[in-house]
Write a protein that binds this ligand. Structure first.
Ligand code: 4FV
Length: 261
């Protein structure tokens, strides 16, 4: 997998690309990430990359010529998929990460200022991608998020231990709770099944708790999740459980109300 990054702050990537998973993946040749300073592709002696917006208004806009030159030169001889990180983009999720990983060759454009001249999108951008509905000061952190998520799709990058996390989202569900030593924390014990050594029971418990967490925290995910009949049965049971619990709570509240009056 190859990823080229275009930015006016290449130094922001050194720590990220050198450390942990990404660092190891690059060292193993599983992932190739090259970072380019956009100013290398400017023509004026001030190496300008931004200018005032036509039509006035605050802030500065990134000029098109440096971007067009940069994407074309870095993309020379490649059929790279060219992605601009921006709030106007398609929301990044596990499915989109897997889609991009299939492409094997990406060029990421990291914007700054108010944004980039629209003619860059019309000439050298294949897709806009957003990591979330909030405005950052630059596309560098979104690019790092994307590279991190992509790297986990490359076979051999994620060790066995990590793959468990991967799998849960792969099925479109949230992850089950995790426990480790010490066995008692603030008087709270570890669910006994996890200490039972009964692998089948542990798998069933984790599946059930992943469904419970998704039902409680992200019920919207359930609509798109491909659930096996076994899981649908467990989920139905959990819905009744949650339903009866909320009825109990409502009952308690109304009784407390009566007693308070
Ligand atoms: C962003 C996001 C993001 C917008 C203006 C950079 C900033 C500045 N990118 N997902 N959310 N970008 O806020 O991807 O140029």
């Amino acid at each position: 997998m190859r990823v080229s990054i275009l930015t006016i702050f290449p130094e922001l990537f050194s720590g990220f690309l050198g450390a942990s998973l990404i660092g190891r993946a690059s060292a193993k040749g599983l992932l190739e990430v090259d970072v380019h300073d956009l100013r290398e592709f400017t023509a004026d002696r001030h190496r300008s990359v931004d200018d005032e917006p036509y039509g006035g208004g605050g802030g500065m806009v990134m000029m098109a010529p440096p971007w067009i030159r940069a994407v074309r030169e870095v993309g020379q001889g490649r059929s790279a998929w060219r992605v601009l990180l921006s709030p106007q983009g398609r929301r990044l999720d596990e499915r989109l990460v897997r889609e991009l990983a299939e492409r094997q060759d990406l060029i990421l454009l990291c914007g700054r200022y108010e944004g980039i001249d629209e003619r860059v999108l019309a000439t050298v951008v294949d897709e806009e991608i957003s990591i979330g509905d909030y405005v950052l000061s630059g596309g560098e952190l979104p690019a790092m998020v994307l590279v991190e998520a992509l790297s986990r799709q490359v076979p051999g990058v994620v060790g066995l231990a990590d793959s468990v996390v991967q799998d849960s989202f792969r099925a479109g569900l949230l992850d089950h709770p995790h426990y480790t030593r010490p066995p008692v924390v603030e008087g709270m014990e570890v669910p006994p099944v996890l200490l039972s050594g009964d692998h089948a029971a542990i798998v069933a418990w984790r599946e059930r708790e992943a469904l419970r967490a998704t039902l409680e925290k992200r019920p919207d995910l359930l609509a798109a999740a491909e659930l096996a009949p076994r899981q649908q049965k467990v989920l139905a049971g959990l819905r009744n459980e949650v339903e009866s619990q909320s009825q109990q709570k409502a009952g308690l509240a109304s009784r407390r109300e009566v007693s308070d009056n």
